[in-house]
Design a protein around this ligand. Sequence first.
Ligand code: CS2
Length: 508
Amino acid sequence: MSDETLSPALLDRLPSEVRKPAYDRAALKPGIAHIGVGAFHRCHQAEYTDDLLAKDFGHWGLVGINIRPPLLTDTLGRQSSLYTRLIRQNDEVEARVIGSIARVVDSQDSAEPALEALASPDIEMVTMTVTEKGYCHIPSSGALDLDHPDIVHDLTNPEAPRSVPGILARALERRMASHGRPVTLLSCDNIPTNGIILGNVVRTFAERRGRRLADWIEANVGFPSAMVDRIAPATTEADIDTVEQRFGYRDAAVVVGERFRQWVIENRFAGRVPRWDRVGATFVDDVTPFEHLKMRVLNGAQTTLSYLGVLGGFEHTFETIADPLLARFVRRMLTEETLPTLMPVPGIAPAAYIEQSLSRLANTAIRHRNHQIATDGSQKIVQRLLNPIRDRLARGESIELLSVPVAGWMAYLIKASARFGRAWQVSDPFAEKVAAIADRIGSNSNALVDSILAIDAIFDPRLAANATFRAHVVADLDGLLSNDPMGFVRQVCTGPTDARLKPPARSA
Ligand code: CS2
């Protein structure tokens, strides 16, 4: 059956080691809409939902919506929304066909298909993974960015929105006008207090549409925060080939993830809720301690390894952490500097969590590219690095390790500029701005850091004005832009601490 594509008809003939949906898919009724059907969603929320349907079949099928590329009709759409989820741990491969997505909707060219799905009275839960920048908020403050081109567009064309806040506000307006049923909007992105930020951007947008909508949202819409976790890199051709070679069928929507998964959701819902807590998710009153733990430790390590890894010539996370120097650096950073900033988390010992996170990153079967993690760093470093740095500075504690990946993010964007030889291609909303700074200034770390720290959408002005922070970042940037960035990391890891700090002199 090697050229056969995954389909409902194929389910009965799958090799026995491939697990399949344990419920009647034909009876599946969508009650959840998800925006952003990427690898992470297929590996995380859709799997939890598949577990729930198998345990307690109800009306909680998923409608998968994409408002940005890629098209879903070409992949999932051709497979009746079925796909294979591989769990890979070094040499082990575990395959399962997930059936929780009932149908997919492409809404890249016009918001209409998305709006229709989101406004349906059948939908009681809207989850989303739209990446950090999808919220159109200002990372340093969490407020809606009213100068964002898509927000400017949507406020003048509210019936044909492009942005996530604009699409959600319009869908809520339609719900208010047609059936008035409550709905929960559940962010599953790695932004801090994601429910609060989602609530902020939707409410701010709605207020500009009128008091009535804003009041209706207050009374009928829930915005819980959530912490989500599972490493699931972008699918590659090799992953698709793995399924074909091992299991004998084609699946264009394969997704590969690690075994670990976690989902902690704030108990702040409107209307009925899929009981994901029956299948491994946790409903809690306050997600903050979990969110800090995950973003500062696991994501902080990933971001650190991605920038230092690219500078050191490594392709993937697992190769980067196999380097003894970088492994040592990241372990020291997490243990000595990040750990003391964490809040107590019920049932989790932070030191053990750090070790578990580092061993997850060493999984050789998860081929997570450093450039993928380095993407959109301007939207990630606040919660992963700058917030723990801020907390430490407030207590007069050292930041000599945490400052290195901040400079790593700068060096990554600087080296992509024309003046620095376009070392690699980057994707970050602030890439052009940093490249322009680099082109203008050249190799003067003092002046580079001054100009980059002045970007107040990323750097809170109080942090940017902190002399200790600035001095560390200048010294680190000098080291990372030198001919021997790894030698510099070695020096930080082993050398006398503050010796590398130059006096925090201002450049002319
Ligand atoms: C990664 C995350 O690309 C990235 O920014 O750090 O996608 C990470 O793999 C997930 O948050 C893990 O849960």
